[in-house]
Design a protein around this ligand. Structure first.
Ligand code: AMP
Ligand code: GLY
Length: 430
């Protein structure tokens, strides 16, 4: 069978790498892929953009693709799954109507309210004066979110009313996020520790939770600096104890899938709940993503022992409820190496050196924003360039393994955090 992976980031490199390990898979096509996917055995890049649904459909038909997995949110929000299913193709991901859980924060918040799913109190606004009155009545800290997709950058956790109003004003009036900013969601600040809880949902509504993880969204050490798409992640996240995981399934994921079904929407695909775990262990939803996380995918799939293709097939055949999933008990840490300037305007085209020549037992470099220049050198082509994953007997060893490799890799202006996994390391010390 041939499998198509849609996307070109670190998540898609990890998906393609894992899928290519299946003996049932003859070839993995990645559209558009990156310099890392091009190097994997059995993997081939095709230069079709991840959001060009019609070109992807043509590619899948002409190449006789038996299964498609969609990485990023844009093609999901554009209805790629509906188009593929309508053409008789197997495609793992939510339909457009279900992808609204991610593509509209307003929809997600109102959906959670309707179904009693725990989340911060909120209101949505299109009018600045009404928003101002509400923000003043709630006080700070308070959170301002642009409705719609803004690549993880449409959220401001404001420490003062003035900061909140300035952020809201720029989203509403200067349309800093384009159409994404025409509605602004204001929500209460939640204290606690964040975790990513990602599951696979089958066509019959069965939910298979994957290993837990935590990502680091802020650019700088100590979770400071601007928000990014994610500067690193590790798995498992010890903040999500077994008891909390049971609660998340019961209080969040099961009501989401059942609630959508009640509203006539069948969700299938990866489903990602971004959670704030309160000091008393109560999980509350910060956001939903209708896809696998990036960079969470990289450490999570590094730990997955079960064949991913078997799980994807089980989900699409309505057999996920009976599926078994095995994990390497050793933790994995993924450190993102980003281009200078990211998440703002960043450098591009810098040569990447020091990449390992042969596969390693306890580490793996997943590419994200990389490509080849005219003389075939591997160069930076995006904000997040690589995700270097290391695994070890405990989180500290896993982290050391990842950073050992990070320190060998170089390019002009490269930046990365030096503290990925610090909360889990602190727990270990306790
Ligand atoms: P989101 O894209 O909605 O997940 O928000 C991005 C980041 O902003 C989250 O990962 C949190 O760090 C932070 N954040 C969002 N909403 C809240 C909230 N209600 N309380 C505290 N922090 C939040
Ligand atoms: N790591 C957060 C995300 O994928 O949105």
């Amino acid at each position: 069978m041939k499998v198509l992976v849609v996307g070109g980031g670190g998540r898609e490199h990890a998906l393609a790498w894992k899928i290519a390990q299946s003996r049932r898979v003859a070839e993995v096509i990645v559209a558009p892929g990156n310099a890392g996917t091009a190097l994997e055995p059995k993997v081939r890049n095709v230069p079709v953009a991840a959001d060009d649904v019609e070109a992807l459909l043509k590619l899948a038909r002409e190449a006789h693709v038996g299964l498609t997995v969609v990485g990023p949110e844009a093609p999901l929000a554009a209805g790629i799954v509906d188009r593929f299913i309508a053409n008789g193709l197997r495609c793992f991901g939510p339909r457009k109507a279900a992808a609204m859980l991610e593509s509209s924060k307003k929809f997600a918040k109102e959906f959670m309210e309707r179904h009693g799913i725990p989340t911060a109190a909120h209101r949505s606004f299109t009018d600045f004066d009404e928003l101002k009155a509400y923000v003043e009545s709630r006080g700070a800290p308070i959170v301002i979110k642009a409705d719609g997709l803004a690549a993880g950058k449409g959220v401001v956790v404001a420490q003062s009313v003035a900061e909140a109003l300035a952020a809201a004003e720029s989203m509403l009036e200067s349309k800093a996020f384009g159409v994404a900013g025409t509605t602004v969601v204001v929500e209460d600040f939640l204290a606690g520790e964040e975790a990513s809880f990602i599951a696979m949902v089958g066509v019959d509504g069965a939910i298979l939770p994957l290993a837990t993880s935590q990502d680091h969204k802020a650019r700088d050490d100590g979770d400071r600096g601007p928000n990014t798409g994610g500067m690193g992640a590790y798995s498992p996240a010890p903040v999500v104890t077994d008891a909390i995981a049971v609660r998340v399934m019961r209080e969040v994921l099961e009501p989401v899938v059942a609630g959508l079904r009640q509203e006539g929407v069948r969700y299938h695909g990866f489903l990602y709940a971004g959670l704030m775990i309160g000091p008393d262990g109560t999980p509350k939803v910060l956001e939903f993503n209708c896809r696998f996380g990036d960079p969470e995918t990289q450490p999570i799939l590094f730990r997955l022992k079960t064949g991913l293709v078997d799980l994807l097939d089980a989900a699409l055949d309505g057999k996920l409820g009976k599926a078994k999933i095995d994990w390497d008990p050793r933790p994995a840490v993924g450190v993102v190496m980003a281009a200078g300037g990211y998440p703002d305007k960043y450098r591009s085209g810098d040569e990447v050196s020091g990449l390992p020549a042969a596969p390693l037992a306890n580490a793996k470099v997943f590419h994200a924003g990389t490509g080849r220049d005219a003389s075939e050198r591997i160069v930076t082509r995006g904000g997040r360039v690589l995700c270097v994953v290391g695994s070890g007997r405990d989180i500290r060893e896993a982290r050391a393994e990842a950073y050992r490799l990070v320190h060998q890799i170089r390019w002009e202006g490269a930046q990365y955090r030096t503290d990925i996994g610090y909360r889990a390391v602190a727990r270990l010390a306790e």
